[in-house]
Design a protein around this ligand. Structure first.
Ligand code: UTP
Length: 404
């Protein structure tokens, strides 16, 4: 078996892993062989992200003004769906947060200044506003990774779920994919295994299926799942008005969007691609698309996504067999070098392979783009300082009356 693995690694030009294997104790060798057998080595064939795209057309959003006019009706529809137990929420918290450089799950970051306010706490506070208004809890599924699951669970336990009902919280672990160095070589982790990283936020539904979470969804008769990122501290979760707007529209999915601050803003924009809802990244847009305007002067490709989507469960089931494209991202990832030393890189050093939630939008028949006010709902914590940082998020929290 060991011999076969070495042969296979050599064939894949990964002789250094075969050499590493050889140096291990018999027990470690067994464990490593088992790990390698379970790895998805198809990433070794992945080149640059080279997905061919279809024909783009604008997709217009339900605007702030239109939402305001129907706020009451949308909200009541959404609250009813929540009370009827038809809505679940999925917190995507399996990322590595490499840009923030915080050595714990990002949700454990304390964004407070004069008081303690963890990111997880901010999110639960926002969710509690909704569950208090509805008078019913919303099942919350938290996606973690193999690396951060234990710490995340313990953190929630220690803080008594920040006042949420623990019976309504489920944790599940997403899958991993191998990472590659600049030369396309597999890497070794600090514990001597082949280095892997979480497989991106697009795998959430698949991981829910594999970890038995869909049984919970089915048993509870949940019809809608609101998926959102951990790092937007102004995130409105299971927003009744958003849910109601999607339900009343008769569409099978919804995406919260913000109007672009400038034509060149670096955000993925919601659009139609070959007639299906889709997201086009800023770097995929031609100059003409970036600047194209409607007769009323607004940009034709105006609405950036903020990683807050609503999906209809029955439609998601139909996408389980679809393989989402893998995107390659160059990131800072801790590893063990050939001398057995653990290296914490200061600069990006490794390719990570990720599927993305935004690619699930394309699998939907239609999608309601629902405009929100970015100053009220979008404060991402990606970096330590500068754009989308702790500083900008703190400023936005304060502007929204949240004491820090
Ligand atoms: P990002 O794309 O910002 O990635 O995640 P990240 O890993 O958190 O941070 P960087 O890029 O290394 O700095 C957007 C959202 O998707 C989740 C993150 O936790 C965040 O909520 N995510 C990302 C996952 O749940 N799993 C992943 O594999 C990647």
């Amino acid at each position: 078996m060991k011999h076969k693995i070495s042969e296979m690694l050599t064939m894949l030009h990964q002789e250094h892993i075969a050499a590493h294997l050889k140096k291990q104790s018999a027990e470690k060798q067994l464990a490593l062989v088992e790990q390698i057998n379970g790895l998805d080595l198809s990433v070794l064939n992945e080149g640059e992200n080279s997905e061919t795209r279809g024909r783009f057309e604008p997709l217009f959003a339900t605007t702030l003004g239109e939402i305001e006019e129907k706020r009451e009706s949308f909200t009541q529809t959404g609250l009813k769906a929540i009370r009827d137990g038809k809505v679940g929420a999925v917190l995507l918290a399996g990322g590595q947060g490499s840009r923030l450089g915080f050595d714990h799950p990002k949700g454990m970051f304390d964004i407070g200044i004069n008081r303690r306010l963890y990111i997880f706490e901010c999110l639960i506070n926002n969710l509690l506003e909704v569950t208090n208004a509805a008078g019913a809890y919303i099942p919350l599924f938290i996606m973690t990774s193999a690396d951060n699951n234990k710490e995340t669970r313990e953190f929630f336990e220690k803080h008594d779920y920040f006042g949420y009902s623990s019976e309504n919280v489920w944790f599940f672990i997403q899958e991993q994919l191998p990472t590659l160095d600049k030369n396309g070589k597999l890497m070794i982790s600090e514990n001597g295994n082949v280095l892997t990283a979480p497989n991106g936020n697009g795998g959430w539904y698949d991981s829910m299926a594999k970890t038995g979470m869909l049984r919970v969804v089915q048993n509870a008769k949940i019809e809608w799942l609101n998926v959102f990122a951990v790092d937007n501290v102004l995130q409105r979760i299971a927003d009744p008005c958003f849910i109601g707007a999607v339900i009343e529209s008769g569409k099978v999915s919804g995406a919260k969007v913000v109007a672009k601050a400038a034509p060149e803003e670096k955000v993925g924009v919601i659009c139609l691609e070959d007639g299906k809802p889709s997201i086009v990244e800023y770097y995929e847009m031609t100059d003409e698309m970036l600047h194209q305007r409607e007769p009323d002067g607004t940009l034709s490709y105006n609405y950036g996504v903020i990683l807050n989507y609503l999906f209809r469960v029955d439609k998601l089931n139909g996408t389980l067999s679809v393989k989402l494209p893998l995107h390659r991202a160059f990131k800072k990832i801790k590893y063990m070098n050939e001398n057995g030393e653990v290296v914490v890189p200061g600069e990006p050093n490794a390719y990570k392979f990720e599927t993305l939630v935004l690619d699930m939008v394309k699998l939907q028949d239609n999608c309601l783009a629902y405009e929100v006010d970015r100053s009220k709902e979008f404060a991402p914590v990606k970096n330590k300082t500068g754009v989308d940082s702790v500083d900008t998020a703190q400023e936005l929290l304060r502007a929204n009356g949240i004491e820090l």
